[in-house]
Write a protein that binds this ligand. Structure first.
Ligand code: PLP
Length: 387
């Protein structure tokens, strides 16, 4: 037996373990300190009651012979696919068939697993900085990676790849920079993929945070995208499902990959929990929609507060308008980690060092709006004092 050396060489989840280590070390030395966590990208608000009720009903069904359910369809129940087709795509002028929609247990699994569709020899293009899953899964598969720097000068939207890119991971609204793509900018990527026989894996996990017009909510709003794009979506951030676990992936027939993905899922994935799918279905009811909207509005307001507070203090800040993240340049004389330490020690505020998302993230930190208003106000007040 030989282990997968690429996987072996990946370091541990250095970024978040190191943040936890430094925060715990500080807290141990200062047990009285109230540390404010503005770093993590995890939701904090409870689920709307109507979604809880849907889960209770689903659990109750499992208690009776007549309504008990065993394995469901590997690619998800038709009723949930129908909700997605009718509510998430049709209003945006995109028609999908149920066979093209695959219910998942969240975006994370599919972002990794989709890599199995492609030959190892394919080259990969990945935004730098980026959510770590794209680099990690590409390295586990032993693929050659081309990094696409996303810097303030290009508005965190990189130039098209200089070398041939067979697989392209795009994530907009972006984690960590909070940047978005206009329709015209996304059209250029679709054109690139069409002329280079590439596939785009479009991570739309933060779609629900889009506020401005002319920002596409799905890559299929761009003509021709169905031939070259797979879209990965999640209820995690839109509906607070990071623990419930449910999402979906669209693999259009025109990609020529739909049947292969189905085949792969039938072998390796026995479907998303029935209870989670019923919870997801409840997000489309009027009460479900209202509950989600209330939570989203809360996070969006927190993002606005952070953005305004930081920029009033003179920080160079980006994002926060169509995304729950604020990307903040660290002051002169600091790098990502030394500014993280500075904020922790002087303000008891935890952010995320930008360099943890890739080399081009050096010199930035990420603040997350998945927090409560009081903590953000308090954090800003403390930061004001050290300016
Ligand atoms: N994609 C991006 C850009 C994310 O930031 C995250 C989680 O933070 C995910 C995917 C994974 O989401 P899920 O909870 O659906 O696995």
């Amino acid at each position: 037996m030989q282990v997968n050396s690429e996987l072996q060489q990946l370091n541990g989840n250095y970024l978040f373990t190191e943040i936890v280590r430094r925060t715990q070390a500080y807290q141990a030395q200062h047990p009285e300190a109230k540390v404010l966590r503005l770093g993590v990208g995890d939701v904090t608000r409870p689920l709307p009651l109507t979604i809880i009720d849907a889960m209770h009903r689903a659990v109750e069904e499992m208690a009776h012979a007549k309504t008990f359910r065993g394995y469901g369809p590997e690619a998800g129940y038709g009723w949930l696919k129908q909700c997605i087709i009718e509510h998430d795509y049709r209003p945006r002028g995109v028609e999908l068939t149920p066979e093209e929609v695959f219910i998942s247990d969240g975006a994370g699994s599919d972002l990794g697993n989709l890599s199995e569709l492609f030959d190892r020899a394919n080259s990969v293009a990945i935004l730098d900085p980026a959510y770590p899953a794209y680099v990690d899964t590409s390295r586990m598969a032993g693929r050659k990676i081309q990094y696409l720097p996303c810097v303030a000068e290009n508005g965190f939207v990189p130039e098209l790849p200089k070398e041939q890119a067979d697989i392209i991971y795009l994530c907009y609204p972006n984690n960590p920079t909070g940047a978005v793509l206009t329709r015209e900018q996304l059209r250029l990527w679709v054109e690139y993929a069409r002329s280079h026989h590439s596939i785009i894996i479009f991570d739309a996990a933060y779609e629900s945070f889009i506020e401005e017009k002319d920002i596409p909510h799905t890559i299929y709003e761009i003509e021709g995208a169905k031939e070259v794009a797979i879209e990965v979506c999640s209820y995690s951030k839109s509906a607070g499902f990071t623990a419930v676990r449910c999402g979906w992936t669209v693999v259009p027939k025109q990609t020529g990959l739909q049947a292969m993905w189905m085949r792969r899922q039938c072998t390796k994935f026995n479907g998303t929990s029935y209870i989670a799918q019923r919870a997801a279905e409840a997000t489309y009811t009027p009460a479900g929609k209202a509950g989600l909207q209330a939570n989203l509005t809360h996070y969006k307001n927190t993002a606005k507060l952070l953005l305004k507070g930081l920029s009033t203090m003179g920080y160079e800040v980006y994002g926060g308008k169509n995304a729950p993240y604020i990307w903040c340049r660290v002051p002169k004389g600091y790098d990502s980690w030394s500014f993280f330490d500075h904020l922790l020690e002087r303000c008891q505020v935890v952010c995320t060092p930008g360099v943890g998302f890739g080399p081009a993230g050096e010199g930035f930190v990420r603040f997350s709006a998945f927090s409560n208003r009081e903590d953000v106000e308090e954090a800003l007040k403390r930061m004001e004092h050290i300016k």
